[in-house]
Design a protein around this ligand. Sequence first.
Ligand SMILES: [Zn+2]
Ligand SMILES: [Zn+2]
Length: 286
Amino acid sequence: MTHASLAAQPLPRAWNYGTAILFGLVTLGALIGVPAFAYLYDYSRLDWAMFGLLYVFTGLGITVGYHRLAAHRSFDCPNWVKAGLLIAGGWALENSVLKWASDHIRHHAHCDREADPYNAQRGFWHSHCGWLFFDDPYADDKYASRSGQDRVVIWQHRYYVPIVLSSIALTFLVGFLSNGWVGGMGCFLLAGVGRTFAVLNSTFCINSICHLWGNQPHGQSDSSRDSWWVSLLTFGEGYHNYHHMYQSDYRNGPRWYNFDPSKWVIFTLSLLSLATQLRRASAETE
Ligand SMILES: [Zn+2]
Ligand SMILES: [Zn+2]
């Protein structure tokens, strides 16, 4: 066997038991605990309102904060706005922004190859969530070096666990104040566990569905695809083919009629002088 063919062999991957157990608990809680509570006690309007509010807040935290701001630097903003966006993203339980952005930059740099953390060539389940359950032998600190110089990113990384715990405490507290222990459990299950499961899976669809099914109107240099309906669940991230071709653009759906709430949020922030330096690809792409 030549040196070149040895190098091409995929590196072995060891189980990451911590992530596998955590994800298993969230999944069991969402698929068994959430409906069981509905059967026994039912959810209040407050629980559903908190579910909707936190779905939007944490979903935008990932798309606007983790993805377009931290990973791609498609715009700039004051530190307090950045801190708010990164707390919202932290509440989605997708790791600290330092780790998330590092994985994501590597995804763009090595798309469809072994060093792509969510390589869709390994199939739907690997790219959707299977990749999380194994330590990644291709992880490399160099992809975190740029965001590692941002003190808000470092702060969020350091306090990631308290940030996550604060979201759990918030859901329980809101329910508890309205209806005691049963109210606390209901709000925690629906707006905490159920919502986390929903946001995790909608984010996962971008790595799986948007690399397997859909159109490629902007380029075919990798497997990225536009799936407009995924945008309905992910605040605009379904226009993934455009995003891969023009990574630094603050928009994923560049046309005015593309359903891309994340770009509308960023644009609105810019009108309020809370976002600056919005980056767009050249005019021909519009
Ligand atoms: Zn992608
Ligand atoms: Zn990206």
